[in-house]
Design a protein around this ligand. Structure first.
Ligand code: PMP
Length: 439
């Protein structure tokens, strides 16, 4: 096949793996391989000339398995064991209703565009929030974005030279990687241990790779759940300072500590203006509001704001007002406190089940916050096949191969999404599927 189509053999192996994961391949002993194309996939005939365009633009497409997960998440009856989002019942519906009821009484609603950096009222509220975690940021050094993913994209497009390299933890947040790659930026993975990224891996040689920035999720890392401790944070600041390397700190899970408040953010340790900080309301209060923020030196946030103006004229002004009122009202702290209680309960249930059913199969970390447990299988498995088998058993998984094609050992489990009863039943089913696969 490789010779016939003039492509690399590994490209074909990867494609077959992904088709298998999607359940699109039927293998018959001695009868070759049949690719089954369901009607919804066989859209080429209806697409006219667009076939020559689809996937040709500069932005990378998601891996087919991620596209499938994004669709399957909206199908009923599947237990979502890896979803990186709060369950609907953990979102602050009643408190938000009360904010919206107050807003509906307001005589003037903000129905216009906002200024380039975003609503001053919201930036002021965020500045106040940040001061509580040791970050002093004036409203002029804050840019409101439509979720923090957009902050990542603006940074990739506006600050990083094409062909440069971004250093990041291996594994890292999936969508960050495509944001960087689509902007023509390469990436290089840094190893981690249970205290965070290994600072000794950031050597002066990285400068030869045109390293432009280091992207880190120090607090309840996605996908591993690791919390970088205070000493490692100090070391990271020192090493990157000696190399003059800027840091992009992604603090999406900052508020979701379950045992103790996390060590100070890198941004709070930064006295050189070298750290850009990304925050969001998505993981604590509402992903649907689409409100995130970038904190950095004024010329940097103004550059990003200018690109944002050119791409969407700003985040929704109604969402910005809602978010400002939400933070000003004090509901945010109240909600985060009860959310922590609920997440603690879920974490305990999941860890207990892992202990009871997975001890022979895997090892795992005990996260101090966030959503995730990173399961390490004792024996490697073909993870695309595991994904498919689990799907047939009614489970939707986030397998490690989505983060690193060659990974055959890891699963990202989340205790934040599925209801408790489903988490229990789903994990017990998963242990049975794993046993079957390992046989
Ligand atoms: N950063 C990390 C580490 C995340 O896990 C996510 C959401 N999965 C985001 C950023 C983006 O979230 P949002 O755009 O909703 O703020």
């Amino acid at each position: 096949l490789a010779r016939q189509f003039g492509v690399n053999r590994s490209t074909i192996v990867t494609a077959l793996g992904q088709l298998t994961a999607l359940g699109l391949i039927e293998g018959k002993r001695g009868g070759g391989t049949i690719v089954v194309i369901p009607k919804s996939v066989d859209s080429r005939s209806q697409a006219g000339n667009w076939n020559d365009y689809v996937e040709e633009g500069v932005h990378y497409p998601n891996l087919p398995t991620i596209q499938a997960i994004n669709r399957l998440e909206y199908e009923r009856g599947l237990i979502r064991l890896g979803t990186g989002e709060l369950a609907p019942e953990l979102l602050p519906s009643a408190m938000m209703q009360s904010i919206l009821a107050d807003l509906s009484q307001q005589t003037h609603l903000p129905l216009s565009y906002e200024e380039p950096l975003g609503s001053l009222q919201l930036r002021t509220a965020i500045s106040h929030q940040l001061s509580k975690i040791g970050i002093s940021a004036t409203p002029a050094s804050i840019l409101i974005t439509s979720g923090s993913l957009q902050g990542l994209q603006l940074i990739a497009l506006g600050l990083l030279p094409r062909g440069s390299t971004i250093l990041l933890e291996k594994p890292s947040y999936l969508y960050s990687i495509h944001s960087f790659q689509s902007a023509g930026v390469k990436f290089s993975g840094l190893p981690m241990d249970e205290r965070g990224v290994l600072t000794e891996s950031i050597t002066p040689e990285v400068q030869q790779t045109a390293a432009a920035m280091l992207y880190s999720i120090p607090t309840f890392h996605n996908p591993t759940g690791i919390l970088m401790d205070a000493r490692r944070r100090q070391e990271l600041m020192a090493v990157t300072s000696s190399l003059g390397l800027p840091i992009l700190e992604d603090a999406a899970y900052q508020e979701l500590w379950l045992d103790n408040p996390p060590p100070l953010p890198l941004k709070a340790l930064d006295n050189e203006g070298r750290v850009l900080y990304l925050g969001t309301l998505s993981k604590s209060a509402s992903p649907g509001l689409r409100i995130g923020w970038v904190v950095g030196p004024e010329p940097v946030v103004r550059r990003l704001a200018d690109i944002k103006m050119q791409s969407d004229y700003g985040a929704s002004s109604l969402s910005q007002l809602t978010a400002a009122k939400w933070l000003e009202s004090g509901y945010h702290e109240l909600h985060c406190n009860s959310l922590r209680q609920e997440l603690r309960k879920r974490r305990t249930v999941v860890l207990d089940i892992l202990h009871a059913y997975f001890t022979d199969l895997a090892s795992w970390n005990h996260p101090a916050g966030g959503f995730y447990i990173w399961l390490s299988l004792h024996k490697p498995l073909p993870l695309p096949q595991l994904f498919k088998k689990a799907l047939q058993a009614g489970l939707l998984l986030n397998t490690g191969d989505l983060y690193d094609r060659r990974d055959g050992r890891h699963l990202r489990l989340s205790y934040a999404y599925a209801p408790l009863s489903e988490l229990e039943a789903g994990l017990i089913t998963l242990s049975a599927v794993l046993k079957e696969q390992i046989k």
